[in-house]
Ligand binder design. Sequence first.
Ligand SMILES: Cc1cc2nc3c(=O)[nH]c(=O)nc-3n(C[C@H](O)[C@H](O)[C@H](O)COP(=O)(O)OP(=O)(O)OC[C@H]3O[C@@H](n4cnc5c(N)ncnc54)[C@H](O)[C@@H]3O)c2cc1C
Length: 91
Amino acid sequence: MTARKIDYLLLGGGVASATAARVLRTEDQSASIAILCDETLAPYQRPQLTKGFLDGSLDTTQMAIHEAGFYTDLRIELLLGARAALARTCH
Ligand SMILES: Cc1cc2nc3c(=O)[nH]c(=O)nc-3n(C[C@H](O)[C@H](O)[C@H](O)COP(=O)(O)OP(=O)(O)OC[C@H]3O[C@@H](n4cnc5c(N)ncnc54)[C@H](O)[C@@H]3O)c2cc1C
């Protein structure tokens, strides 16, 4: 496994990470920012699951927190389908 340095690694792909990433980019233009999430969708509005998605009136693109291109434009890397885990070291 190759180690990488990421200035701000946000765990979880919910509204908290999506908002934090936007604010961090506003505050720091040069930092590397990534969102790591075990889901495979870009951050979406979870309440919409029961307010449109389940009855078929919304699709996943309509549930997105940020429009397509947002993460690319702001250089926020999405690491999807990846689960964070604590590494336990025994001495
Ligand atoms: C069906 C539904 C309806 C809701 N309706 C409302 C409402 O009407 N009004 C309201 O105020 N709130 C509502 N909520 C709650 C609201 O969606 C949450 O408060 C909000 O999503 C919390 O955002 P968050 O970013 O803190 O966490 P979450 O949205 O829970 O996101 C956490 C993310 O972290 C990921 N994750 C967890 N562990 C790991 C790991 N080890 N590695 C990688 N990724 C990980 C998860 O997969 C998820 O993507 C609703 C929630 C649901 C599920």
